[in-house]
Design a protein around this ligand. Structure first.
Ligand code: PDD
Length: 276
């Protein structure tokens, strides 16, 4: 299996990751997940912008490979016959003797691979269930960092309760899902948590907000409570992998009539129309 390493494509078995890589020791790095449709990277510019933002916030220099990422990923997708899938890319601060502060000598390490991932069409159609969990993550989740323990524990809790996603509650507001953004529809208005340090500004979130505005659906980027979530007319999540997925039940309670709603359907269709 071939992967991206720096500016090259190598056999995975030839890639040597150091035990002293700071990604491995501190989670000191960032990542992106990009959708592949028809063998091409979707919304690559937006993902690269966010990758640069995450690197900048952590003061990790942008490695050379970032400029070649799209071309290398498309080559891998072609070679591996991947039509529908994802690109995973991560960049760590690099390798150095273990010390918490930034070491002078570290050079960023970029690794990427592609993988076939079908569109979850059945979930788009039927919707999924979710649970609410406390948002125990740090206060800079706008950075797409490798520190994902809060997200991992939340998703594991969802799996153990046979739910499709875990939705975080910070104080008295709904922030986002363990790997998704969350929207509700109330009286025809789309509501989602505003950008800032407490959510990841999802690429799919940004695209869905733009599509809603184009369709004349009013959008409010305002935090909402768990009570508002349970009282919503419709609820859905967005992400690179899950696109626009209805949420039909939370903590065992149905949202409205427990079926995907009309605004969600319009946004699903509008999103699908943006695909190549
Ligand atoms: N997750 N919020 C969190 C915490 C996320 O991890 C993600 C993405 C999103 C949605 O962002 P986008 O629309 O850009 O995919 C929101 C990726 C897909 C993952 O970790 O697998």
């Amino acid at each position: 299996m071939q992967v991206i390493y720096g500016t090259e494509i190598l056999d995975a078995s030839d890639v040597r990751i150091s035990p002293w890589d700071r990604g491995y020791q501190f989670g000191d790095g960032v990542y992106e997940v990009v959708r592949i449709y028809r063998g091409r990277m979707y919304a690559m510019d937006m993902h690269l912008n966010r990758l640069r933002y995450s690197l900048g916030e952590l003061r990790i220099p942008v490695p050379e490979g970032v400029d070649r990422l799209e071309a290398l990923a498309e080559r891998l997708a072609r070679d591996q016959g991947i039509d529908e899938g994802i690109l995973y890319v991560q960049i760590t601060r690099g390798v150095a003797k273990r010390t918490h502060a930034f070491p002078q000598e570290a050079q960023p390490v970029l690794v990427g691979y592609v993988e076939a991932v079908p569109r979850p069409l059945e979930e788009f159609e039927r919707g999924i269930t979710a649970i609410l969990v406390p948002d125990v993550r740090w206060h800079r989740v706008d950075i797409k960092s490798l520190n994902l323990l809060g997200n991992v524990l939340a998703k594991q809790a969802a799996v153990e309760r046979k739910a499709g996603e875990a939705i975080f509650i910070r104080g008295d507001v709904v922030t986002e899902g363990s790997s998704t953004n969350v929207f509700l529809v109330r009286d025809g208005v789309l509501v989602t948590h505003p950008t800032g340090h407490h959510i990841l500004n999802g690429i799919t979130r940004q695209i869905v907000i733009r599509l809603a505005k184009e369709l004349g659906i009013p959008v409010q980027e305002e935090a909402f409570t768990p009570e508002a979530l349970f009282a919503a007319d419709e609820l859905f999540l967005t992400s690179t992998i899950h696109e626009v997925t209805p949420i039909v039940q939370v903590d065992g309670r149905e949202i409205a009539d427990g079926r995907p709603g009309p605004v969600t359907r319009r946004l699903q269709e509008a999103f699908a129309a943006t695909l190549p």
